[in-house]
Design a protein around this ligand. Structure first.
Ligand code: CU
Length: 149
């Protein structure tokens, strides 16, 4: 015979298992021209994710990579090779900013929100600094950060 307490514990354990199994892969294309994002872009340039989801940067056209500019406290920065698929596991809550090494100054940048935007102030500041040096796409970081909830 199981007590109610045991049943609750069993139900909670199942729920926790379901959560870990449901971690998603989130595809982001590195692309020269996107119908939704414009020239030299990550598509989509903003994604909302959960802790333990994985970003999958896919190389559609040669000449691009992905490198973090800002990650939340405790999260691992990344730098991908050019022209290769690259996976980034999102282990910490907060806002992540990244760019392509070749086209950062042309606004080839992206934003990821994982859970609560605990470092939003810092992200806005870093994005403003980076945007000031851009020749094209100066508003891309700001537009993506506007979608953070
Ligand atoms: Cu690029």
């Amino acid at each position: 015979m199981y007590s109610l307490k045991h049943q609750i514990i069993a139900a909670l354990s199942l729920a926790l298992c379901a959560t870990s199994v449901n971690a998603d892969d989130i595809q982001i294309k590195m692309i020269d021209s996107s119908p939704t994002e414009g020239l030299l872009a990550f598509e989509p340039s903003f994604v909302r994710a959960n802790v333990n989801d994985t970003l999958v940067f896919s190389s559609v056209i040669p000449g691009h990579n992905s490198r973090s500019l800002l990650v939340p406290p405790g999260a691992q920065p990344w730098k991908s090779p050019f022209d290769k698929e690259f996976r980034v596991k999102l282990e910490k809550e907060g806002v992540y900013l990244y760019s392509c090494d070749s086209h950062k100054n042309m606004g080839m940048v992206g934003v990821v929100q994982v859970g609560k935007a605990v470092n939003l102030e810092e992200a806005r500041k870093k994005a403003a600094e980076a945007s000031a040096t851009m020749v094209l796409g100066k508003d891309r970081f700001a537009k993506a950060l506007d979608k953070v909830q």
